[in-house]
Design a protein around this ligand. Structure first.
Ligand code: ADP
Ligand code: TRP
Length: 329
């Protein structure tokens, strides 16, 4: 059976981009594959979280995973820092990762541009840790959003390089994956780019209805189409993208037609979109709160997850040490 693995950094609550780009796929994949889903709390350290927030950040994402439908009895859910084998593999892989290639990755260059005051070595070697995450369970498929494509390329590169250096065919080369389609990028409501935590444009699963209405009503649009069947500018196309995700086909068709014959009122579209988002998020939010408050359940999930993940990871580490040439005395 093929292995699926993915993770999300515990740097904040999950938004609709995380859900549609990643978590929705996790839920579908757990039916058919051997699945590992984890919370990337070591990766979250690149942003220097305060010690008093670290644990709660992890707990939030964990509750949200489960509320979205990841079933701890089917998939292995675990916390990255509970599996020290990942850190050891990261160290070993770092020896064959070159500073030049790491400096050239788009995500790193973007971080250097956005936060020049905190260009730490953890950011530089972020793709190496991510590769260790993936290949430690020999994952075949990695469900992620479009923005992670390059990191997946790096993971394949490091896996291939290890196999090549040691003349083995040990690590599987992992592929990015979206259930039944291309990798996707959910747009934000600020007119350009993707929905993201650091972009501050997220619609969160945990948002209250009034918050969602407020955010959607404030979404950037334009003055409206001035001729029939006009192409949509990016901010408007983004609203339609969200409408296609959240609303039914007839609603989308209604607003498409209104756009094409220039009778559209963006206010109506936004109201409908907000209500359809609320319809989806309300039951999820209720489940998140319930799970978040259940200490006993969460602690059981985390313990079982760590045990299963370590079983698989320690086997890989034993093999890797042997391949590299470590021997017992
Ligand atoms: P963020 O970008 O909000 O900080 P993460 O980097 O933690 O979120 O991403 C976790 C997962 O969610 C990754 O698989 C990423 O590709 C996916 N993801 C994040 N934002 C989007 C988006 N706007 N559209 C599609 N997938 C996304
Ligand atoms: N880099 C991913 C993100 O920012 C999170 C992540 C860390 C991940 N390790 C991973 C995703 C391994 C998939 C597989 O979204």
């Amino acid at each position: 059976m093929e292995t699926v693995l993915s993770g999300i950094r515990s740097t904040g609550n999950l938004h609709l981009g995380n859900y549609y780009g990643a978590v929705r796929n996790f839920v579908k994949m757990q039916e058919e594959y051997r699945c590992f889903f984890f919370i990337a709390d070591l990766h979250s350290l690149t942003t220097h979280p305060k010690p008093e927030n670290l644990h709660d950040n992890i707990r939030k994402v964990l509750s949200e995973y489960i509320a979205c439908g990841i079933d701890p009895d089917r998939a292995t859910i675990y916390i990255q820092s509970d599996v020290p084998e990942i850190s050891e593999l990261y160290l070993l892989l770092n020896m064959n990762a070159y500073v030049g290639e790491l400096e050239r990755t788009t995500t790193f260059k973007e971080k250097v541009r956005k936060q020049p005051e905190n260009v730490n070595a953890g950011l530089l070697t972020y793709p190496v840790l991510m590769s260790a995450d993936i290949i430690i369970h020999n994952a075949d498929k990695v469900p992620v959003g479009k923005d992670q494509e390059q990191n997946l390329e790096m993971a394949r590169k490091f896996a291939r390089r290890f196999n090549h250096i040691y003349h083995v065919d040990y690590f599987t080369l992992p592929e990015p994956f979206n259930f039944g389609s291309e990798l996707i990028k959910v747009p934000g409501l600020d007119g350009t780019g993707k929905m993201g935590k650091s972009e501050g444009n997220g619609l969160y699963l945990i948002d209250e209805p009034k918050e969602i209405r407020k955010k959607v009503m404030k979404a950037v649009t334009d003055a409206g189409p001035d001729k029939p069947n006009a192409p949509k500018p990016e901010p408007v196309e983004n609203l339609f993208y969200l409408l296609r995700l959240m609303s039914d086909v007839s609603t989308v068709a209604h607003f498409e037609e209104a756009y094409n014959n220039c009778t559209i009122r963006y206010g109506d579209l936004k109201k409908q979109l907000a209500e359809d988002i609320i319809l989806f998020t309300t039951p999820v939010r209720e489940r998140i709160l319930e799970i978040y408050n259940d200490d006993e359940y969460l602690s059981r999930v985390v313990r079982n997850g760590a045990e299963k993940a370590r079983e698989s990871a320690s086997k890989t580490l034993r093999d890797v040490r042997e391949i590299i040439g470590y021997k017992g005395f």
